[in-house]
Design a protein around this ligand. Structure first.
Ligand SMILES: *Cc1c(COP(=O)(O)O)cnc(C)c1O
Length: 375
């Protein structure tokens, strides 16, 4: 059996090697390392894939979130609501810009921001909501967008874990993750569903003026070289990364399908086990399984993890410490018990190996191991 990895980037590379090597050497031969043609071509191809007017590439997903908040003109003291159950980047940029981070509970089943909790957190100072499509399934965008319209709030989608997921509105309209809010922000970190071979990120928007402003912010706030209209940053996607992403974008739907196939195997083998809850699937979003995350109840999560480790099976806890309990965020003044749902999830979640190259031998080995532990 091939060694089981949390994310098997090597096997995927071996499968795509000819095209990837060709893409990389093409850029090296051209020496157009910064803003080479592949960057713009990748932006256009991703625009077409998403069905959106503008994609602006940048250096990573964290930058994308920061640049989105800069472009929307959010000012110190403005309140930004996000979920307490996410990767730190979502919250970090809010604090970095001097905005007021307002955390709310996730939904216990979907792991995504609770719409009820979100509505209760809106105040007259709220300016934006950042839903995160956690683990590859869309947050419930229809009521989120309705709440935003009602209170005149910006919606910035964090799509880092959901490249290629789709959400269906009640009128039947289907939209790709990241194209529903005013700006979508994503990451091409190697382990993401659409990952490059280093750091990368992008912003999506349908708004022409906002797109121009975002593009200038990524480039030191200039439209004309050496004339700086706004304070910007330096945040670029390397040409080599763009060339790799052009190859991988062509496979994104197949990648996501391969993850779904692995997820179905896990579902079939694990859903009947008492003490294990397989991922909850909503019917208005596809799930692209950035992570396949179980809830292990009855305090048995850590012992299951150890047991898997002893059998050579990696697993991960995303995320072990909720944002409101992180040292750097103590100044927000939250108490441990303020977020019982988040605390519960942090104690229960366990993500199993999930990537595009899982074979049935590996999947059977993993599920057999879990089943024998729970007998
Ligand atoms: C990975 C990730 C980010 C940050 O992306 P980087 O490219 O690593 O900066 C932001 N939000 C979420 C939810 C992520 O998973």
């Amino acid at each position: 059996m091939r060694k089981i990895e949390m994310v098997d980037l090597r096997s995927q590379y071996e499968r795509l090697k000819a095209d990837i090597d060709n893409a990389i050497s093409g850029v090296i031969n051209s020496t157009a390392f910064i803003k080479g043609p592949d960057v713009h071509l990748f932006e256009e191809e991703l625009q077409r894939y998403l069905g959106i007017r503008h994609v602006i590439a940048c250096a990573n997903g964290t930058d994308a979130l920061q640049i989105a908040m800069m472009a929307l003109g959010l000012k110190p003291g403005d309140e930004v609501i996000t979920t307490n159950f996410t990767f730190i980047a979502t919250a970090e940029v809010i604090e970095l810009l001097g905005l007021k981070l307002v955390l709310v509970e996730p939904d216990i089943n979907t792991f995504n921001i609770s719409v009820g909790a979100l509505k209760k957190a809106v105040t007259p100072r709220t300016r934006a909501i950042v839903p995160v499509h956690l683990f590859g399934q869309c947050a419930d965008m229809e009521p989120i967008m309705e709440t935003a319209r009602e209170h005149n709030l910006h919606v910035i989608e964090d799509v880092a874990q959901a490249n290629g997921a789709e959400y269906r509105f009640s009128d039947g309209t289907v939209r790709k993750a990241g194209t529903m809010g005013v700006i979508g922000c994503t990451s091409f970190f190697p382990s993401k569903n659409l990952g490059c071979y280093g750091d990368g990120g992008a912003l999506f928007t349908d708004n022409d003026d906002l797109a121009a402003l975002i593009r200038s912010i990524t480039n030191h706030g200039m439209k004309v070289r050496y004339y700086h209209d706004t304070i910007g940053v330096n945040s670029r996607l390397d040409t080599i990364q763009a060339a790799i992403l052009r190859v991988k974008l062509r496979h994104l739907d197949a990648f996501n399908e391969a993850r779904r196939t692995a997820a179905s195997h896990y579902d079939n083998e694990l859903s009947a086990i008492e003490g294990i809850m397989t991922p909850f699937r909503v019917n208005n979003s596809t799930h692209i399984f950035h992570q396949y995350t179980l809830r292990v109840t009855g305090g048995r999560r850590n012992s299951l993890r150890e047991c898997l480790e002893n059998e050579g099976i990696p697993s991960m806890v995303y995320y072990p410490v909720p944002l409101h309990m992180q040292k750097a965020y103590a100044h927000l003044g939250y108490m441990p018990a303020d977020f019982p749902v988040t605390n519960n999830l942090c104690d229960q979640v366990l993500s199993l190996p999930m990537h595009t190259e899982m074979d049935s031998e590996q999947l059977n080995y993993i599920t057999d191991c879990i089943r024998s532990k729970f007998k």
